[in-house]
Design a protein around this ligand. Structure first.
Ligand code: NAD
Length: 513
């Protein structure tokens, strides 16, 4: 295993001391730069050391990006799309290695690591087509011989702050779109997963270099929340796209809002599946279990709550208990395992504390949780997925615990189920399992789910890049990825052209000299 990992690290240019860089210039060499060791949650071994940036280095990265913007914005959008196409090709060529590193550094299953890289490839493909479709509207002017239309221009520097759980895909959702829109990006990945970010930066930079494009179009800056705070307060960064906890989003939103900048927020979820009395229970089981234990419950779209009709509650609970006995937990690089570790030991402590809190509030655990011990779990990051019967109003249930804890809640009527589903502060993903058209359409109606994502006969977890992705309420209201999410990366300009020989004013106002 370790030999394969070392080959992969070599292939992706991950060395023992990675001097995290912005472009070809090496800013990681500052004597003040703090060096941090990065360990894998899968086996607890050190992967590499990374230099974290100082505030001065942050400033020089912003200057590098600002300079690159001046040339990048003038390159025609379809030509920018061609560069993104080539980045997609490089991701295809490196899918296995990058996917494996995602799995090793973050701890998600190998299949999910590959899937994350596939998402990057998909968004590149999407962005290539988009580069020829950055449409504005044209409208009829009320004045004779006038033409009025709107067009979209790039914003400038897009700051991307990303979370550990999708260490590379979130960057690509932002960067691929921002680049075809003519923006340049500065990426601050999670301090917990910097190595996959360095690997991506290498891949992108090879393409920019081969095309003689200023490498400042894609900047990387490794650091903790202080670097994110600098970005949020920086007037040179017109758009900050931040993915992470609601706590982080509130801080970023306040800082960006105070300077009247734009923010795109993708924050925590507290996602529920309603299991109707008319659900296909076998299908529902797969959706619920994958949603709850996939990525060890560390997806923003993970299923946290099951709202189950009273008539099928006991039968479905029994199916879940049986299914949880089959779940194999262990090294995520072993494809026989369903579930890998949590990201670190702090996450394990939070998981254990949440279980205790749930019990104190009255939760009844039908599948017990706990930390796993033994050689196979030597990193100290492996836990058991667990299930508790609860009431929706418990404080712990209202809160997103980023771990495989699944809550069961009983309902009598669909209206009550929708009310329960909506009665949490977050609004990311939701689903109903039903074969009844009336139930499905009610759930999708204005009186139904209040989430950004509402599915029928699909779980809450995962999404295709073609749709706009994001959620309401404490999830932050942002939309990324497909549909018309690109508009947030551009500024809209309305143009009116007078080709007459007079200067008529709008609303018929007379002003003669
Ligand atoms: P986190 O909030 O701890 O950190 C996310 C990023 O924000 C990191 O890069 C971190 O350095 C930075 N950061 C933290 N505080 C900051 C501040 N005050 N100012 C600027 N930057 C700051 O989140 P995490 O633990 O890495 O990720 C898990 C969270 O992310 C969960 O809540 C999950 O639901 C959420 N998430 C949401 C989505 C989505 O699309 N809605 C996707 C992935 C993850």
């Amino acid at each position: 295993m370790s030999l394969i990992i070392s080959d992969i690290l070599d292939h992706l240019h991950i060395n023992d001391t990675n001097e995290a860089f912005s472009t070809s210039s090496n800013w990681g060499s500052s004597p003040e730069a703090e060096v941090k060791e990065i360990f894998s949650p899968t086996d607890g071994k050190k992967i590499a050391s990374v230099k974290f940036a100082t505030a001065d280095e942050y400033n020089s990265v912003v200057e590098t990006a600002a300079k690159a913007f001046k040339t990048w914005r003038s390159i025609p959008a379809p030509k920018r799309g061609e560069i993104v196409r080539q980045i997609g090709e490089q991701l295809r060529a490196n899918k296995k290695e990058l996917g494996t590193l995602v799995s090793y550094e973050m701890g998600k299953s190998l299949q999910e690591g590959y899937g994350e890289v596939q998402e990057m490839i998909d968004i590149c493909d999407f962005a290539v087509g988009l580069s020829r479709q950055l449409y504005g509207l044209s409208m009829h002017s009320e004045r004779p011989s006038h033409r009025m239309y709107e067009q979209y221009h790039p914003l400038g520097i897009v700051g991307v702050i990303s979370a550990f759980n999708f260490p590379v895909a979130v960057w690509s959702w932002n960067a691929a779109l921002a680049w075809v829109c003519g923006d340049v990006c500065i990426w601050k990945p999670s301090e917990k997963t910097p190595l996959t970010a360095i690997a991506c930066q290498h891949i992108a930079q090879q393409v920019f270099k081969a095309n003689n494009i200023d490498e400042g179009v894609s900047c990387l800056i490794i650091g903790g929340r202080e670097i994110g705070e600098l970005m949020a307060n920086d007037t040179r960064v017109p758009l900050v796209s931040a993915t992470g906890s609601t706590r982080m989003g509130k801080a970023v939103s306040a800082a960006v809002g105070a300077r009247l900048g734009k923010s795109l927020l993708e924050l925590g979820g507290n996602n529920a599946i309603i299991i109707s009395e008319q659900a296909d229970l076998d299908m529902s089981l797969i959706g619920a279990v994958f949603g709850a234990v996939g990525t060890a419950g560390q997806r923003c779209t993970s299923t946290r709550r099951l709202i189950i009709h009273e008539s099928v509650y006991d039968a479905f609970k029994q199916k879940l208990v049986n299914a949880y006995k089959q779940i194999k937990i262990g090294n995520p690089l072993d494809e026989n395992n369903h579930m890998g570790p949590l990201i670190d030991q702090d996450a394990v402590s939070l998981y254990l504390a949440s279980i205790e809190k749930c019990k104190a509030e009255g939760g009844n655990f039908v599948v017990e949780g706990g930390k796993l011990e033994g050689d196979a779990y030597a990193s100290g990051c492996y836990v058991k997925p667990c299930i508790a019967e609860v009431e929706n109003h418990y404080e712990i249930v209202q809160h997103e615990t980023f771990a495989p804890i699944l809550y069961l809640i009983k309902y009598k009527t669909l209206e009550e189920a929708i009310e329960l589903q909506n009665s949490v502060p977050q609004g990311l993903s939701s689903a109903i399992m039903t074969q009844n058209l009336r139930e499905a359409e009610t759930f999708l109606s204005a009186a139904g789910s209040d989430c950004g994502i509402a599915n029928v006969n699909i779980g809450t977890s995962g999404a295709e890049i073609g749709g706009a992705f994001g959620g309401e309420k404490e999830t932050g209201g942002g939309r990324e990825s497909g549909s018309d999410a690109w508009k947030v990366y551009m500024r809209r300009q309305t143009n009116t052209i007078n080709y007459s020989k007079t200067l008529p004013l709008a609303q018929g106002i007379k002003f003669d000299l």
